[in-house]
Design a binder for this molecule. Sequence first.
Ligand SMILES: [Cu+2]
Length: 336
Amino acid sequence: MSSDPTSKGLADGVSKVSIDGVRQEFLNFRLKRSPSIHPTTNDIQFKDPSVPFILHPDELAKDCNGVSCSNDTVCKCTQSISVGFMEPLILIFVVFGIDKEPHHPIHVHGHSFRILKVGYPEYDETSGHIITKNGDLNCGYSNQTYGCEWTNESWALGQIPGLELTNPPKKDTVVVPSGGYVIVHITADNPGTWIIHCHVESHVLNGMSIVLNEVPGQIPKPPKGFPSCGDFPPNQKYRTEPQINCSQTYENCTDNPKLDCRFFNYTQVCSQDSVYRPWARKNCPAYCGICYVPPTFTPCVDKLLNCEEYNKDLCTNPLYRFFREANCRKYCDLCT
Ligand SMILES: [Cu+2]
């Protein structure tokens, strides 16, 4: 094991790893039977956040606070582990699960990782079946908290034998053997919210995931106009602005029925710096694009067959707007 302190971060191109004093995080990917099968990470099913994690890393990191699980209950929350910039970290991917638990191919976004060790279970040499899980670690509940720990306490301090610390292989996915584990080293040099998940589709879709919440304070700001609000039904037009009330959904995204907002000048009333903006937020949020609105699947056709016979300014004159939107959508190129 290297004692060179400068190699702890293992930046790309550095081939020596030290894990002295490195933080260790166990992630047990397993199917939980309770009584039906639930894919979990550390006994928790991942709940997709209703807003982009990358915009709210600090808030979403708290989602699992206070969630208490047991062998008999299924817990669901937006599970994450936080890591500081260049904080030395190894992850121990474990698959200690039910009888006939499959292997799980674990994939990490945002990073490659270095594989330092693979621990296998004891196999029946004739049948290939698992006789016992690997004895290097134990997983289970202690004081209502689920976790894994090394059987040998000195391993928790980094004294783990059999590590490949010189030129360990670099991967972004690794198959973790059922009844065994894989130790990987991550260099926390890429601020972001990165999902770690099993790549079996039915497992990832049903919660065998966890987010690596990496240096939340240094995550780059999203580009202007990046969707910032919450869930919306598929195929709905997505409109957003940074300060909108995220509880507002398309279902209540309607304009004041006593007004016809279309008669107001969009720029004058709706623009961000307009003095009418607070009024527009209350009365014309759909017209102004302040909340989500259902898409309009109006066919791209002209209701009138003679649109080209109108004056040239049919398609540009504000006075004809409603007429052309109703009758000459295709001719005036209003379909998108
Ligand atoms: Cu899986």
